[in-house]
Ligand binder design. Sequence first.
Ligand code: CP
Length: 314
Amino acid sequence: HAHLLGIEPLAPADITAILDLADEYVALNRRDVKHADALKGLTQINMFFENSTRTQASFELAGKRLGADVMNMAMQASSIKKGETLIDTAMTLNAMHPDLLVVRHPHSGAVDLLAQKVRCAVLNAGDGRHEHPTQALLDALTIRRAKGRLHRLNIAICGDIAHSRVARSNLLLLGKMENRVRLIGPPTLMPAQMQDFGVEVYDDMREGLKDVDVVMMLRLQKERMDGGFIPSEREYYHRYGLDGEKLAYAKEDAIVMHPGPMNRGVEIDGEIADDINRSVIQDQVEMGVAVRMAAMDLLARNLRARRAEAVEGA
Ligand code: CP
């Protein structure tokens, strides 16, 4: 693959290859000296048109640990504010010969569009409610390491499914790896006809969580509820917030996940989030750096191979 735009185009073998390499980078990241040179000589530009803590920081660290020259565009201070379009911005950066472009954008499809206009590898760091592929990959690595496998697991994704690119990418990935996925959430935050995607849909947490191996919680994405129904946080926590009583319906060894940012007391009880026997939320963050190193390493190998072919063919 020339880009990483979503989980949709990936085959199970592609997913396994990224996770296997990411496992090696977890080991590197735990050492005192964390440097490798897979991206040496390459230029990585991070363009975040939407706020981020985890994704932006981990892509930056991942690039630096692999020896890339990393530049973070301050989008708030860029000429986008003066009316320059996304495509003109991309073409401008393209003329500076970057090798890897990491892009987060509030509009679904914006990153795909940009990838068609540039001559480097593009990584989608989240586009609207469409996809967030590196999040699904880091979630998969976290599950595989905690459960010892990434197939035939019962996995519940809970909360605001309708506005979530994380849910969409996870649904695609977990389905490709032959897991049973359940979606749990209020009908107002559940897209129509989800059953057609081969998932089970519940609006009752206790029913949906029964005997699951993995509980994945999502934030209420109010920034995407433009004018639509916004539930009261108290009522939402009562019905859909993960607390000890609801978690007791899952398997005894079920793990609790959350992509962050987390709203304690809204979708998750703070004590559950901090319970090191159940919560793997900090592991997800650790896996995020390794998965992004692996994804950029593989794309850079592909890029170098294509460039070498082009030179030979010239
Ligand atoms: N999980 C995630 O994408 O977090 P950020 O928005 O902080 O990057």
